[in-house]
Ligand binder design. Structure first.
Ligand code: PMP
Length: 449
């Protein structure tokens, strides 16, 4: 049987042209093909049949669990004391304390389907699905494992979130860096890489990107660049892994670009974007709740991976998240995330004012439009921030991250990442004052030497 071509489409529903299930098997990793369904979890969905008596799962009896009720408070701007009390019902508590489905608590998945429709215009039933994981990191790890074999080439924007580099390193992927600037990934460089690709070498299987408020650069990819990347993904047959934990922490100009997940809906061949969202930055990083949205064939393999390693993300965390999200509703969610974005915008402004005060002429930067990081270049350091940050600056009591940590392949860089999410203004000023002293000293010493 010949392999379905990239132009082959399965269904046309509401004008969305979805790639067929047969498109995916040849693009999945060898490990994905070896994954098997756990015999118990395969039958788990049948338990919800009305009237059925289930002898299936070895679920522990919740009567033996020590926790008998759960109440907590959330911030509530409408209430006089600024808080509202949430109380889990008996059923919610039971569900939260018990095993659930591998892809997540059904009610939370439903809520998230509604969210994705509102935020990205993608409707349930149009060839994609959602799986909830223990943070988006968990989902990214499983997503990459679903697609990559050792030695496969992957396109990675550079610099990039260091937490995913470990995944690609472990899988021995060949990381091809695509440069970025203040407008996100340089799609023209990606085109050049792909157009000059050696004919005998298999093309990259995926492109990994953090398109909003990139960690570490803080930049957001423009619409034009996103569209060019989407066009390239079709011309050169690769998946786009859209890691977007800062989507809701955007505080740049009002005409924000749509996500890749949204943009692909209007193209032929929907099903090349695997999107990752996280509740870490907008609700709690300790709850460990993130989710993937994308082609059913890929998410199915990710679920089988979960069945082998952790069965599911915590039901309890998912239940707490669900309780808060349901209390907010979608409008409340939007109001909350707008407040969070405004919070970080103010932090950004404080940090930038301190940068102007202490580092003008000593460093270069572009103001971030989302997220919680400043990415700046130390001037006069001979292209290397590693030594000064790890030794002199540390001795003077200021710690930032040398930029080299964010490049797929070893290199020297004059860039540094500083996080502005936590520090109050006086500490920001003190940290950057200390950094200034160190830079001035090292520059003098360099001149003398
Ligand atoms: N992707 C990016 C770009 C991140 O910055 C982070 C967290 N630092 C993650 C993924 C992982 O987030 P989570 O807490 O959802 O696992």
């Amino acid at each position: 049987m010949s392999e379905p071509t990239a132009t082959h489409v399965d269904a046309e529903s509401n004008s969305v042209q979805v790639l067929p299930a047969s498109f995916y098997p040849s693009r999945l990793s060898h490990a994905s093909h070896r994954r098997r369904e756990d015999g118990i979890r395969a039958l788990l969905p049948l338990e919800s049949r009305p009237g059925l008596i289930s002898l299936l799962v070895g679920k522990p009896n919740s009567e033996t669990f020590p926790i008998t009720s759960m109440q907590f408070n959330i911030r509530d701007t409408a209430s006089p004391n600024g808080e509202a009390t949430m109380q889990l019902t008996e059923e919610e508590l039971n569900d939260g304390l018990q095993y659930t489905f591998t892809n997540g608590l059904p009610a939370l998945r439903e809520w998230l389907f509604g969210l994705q429709e509102r935020l990205h215009g993608r409707r349930k039933g149009e060839g994609w699905t959602i799986t909830i994981g223990a943070g988006s990191q968990d989902m990214i790890f499983k997503g990459v494992n679903a697609l990559i074999n050792p030695g496969d080439a992957v396109l990675i924007e550079a610099p990039v979130y260091a937490g995913t580099l470990t995944i690609f390193h472990t899988l021995d992927a060949e990381m091809i860096e695509v440069e970025t600037d203040g407008h996100g990934v340089c799609s023209h460089s990606m085109r050049e890489i792909l157009e000059n690709w050696p004919p005998s070498k298999p093309k990259p299987k995926l492109f990994y990107t953090v398109p909003y408020g990139s960690n570490p650069t803080g930049s957001t990819a423009t619409l034009e660049r996103r569209l060019e990347v989407l066009a390239l993904s079709r011309e050169h047959d690769f998946f786009i892994l859209e890691d977007d934990p800062y989507y809701n922490l955007y505080f740049g100009p009002a005409n924000r670009p749509p996500s890749y997940f949204e943009l692909e809906r209007d193209l032929p061949e929907v099903g090349r974007v695997l999107r990752f969202d996280s509740l870490s930055k907008i609700m709690s990083s300790g709850l460990r709740v993130g989710f993937a949205s994308g082609p059913e064939a890929i998410l199915r393999v990710m679920d089988l991976h979960s069945q082998a390693v952790n069965l599911q993300a915590s039901s309890f965390s998912q239940m707490i998240a669900l309780k808060v999200l349901s209390a907010w509703g979608y409008d409340g969610f939007t109001a909350h995330t707008a407040r969070v974005a405004q919070f970080y915008r103010e932090k950004r402004d404080v940090f930038e004012a301190a940068m102007q005060r202490h580092l003008a002429g000593l460093a270069e930067w572009t103001s971030p439009e989302a997220g919680m990081f400043f990415w700046f270049k130390l001037l006069g350091m001979e292209g290397d921030s590693e030594y000064i940050i790890r030794t002199t600056a540390l001795e003077r009591g200021v710690l930032a991250l040398p930029g080299a940590a964010f490049y797929p392949n070893p290199r020297k860089t004059a860039y540094v990442r500083a996080s502005f999410s936590l520090l109050p203004e006086d500490q920001v000023n003190e940290a950057l004052r200390r950094l200034r002293e160190v830079i001035v000293e090292v520059r003098k010493a360099n001149k003398r030497g």
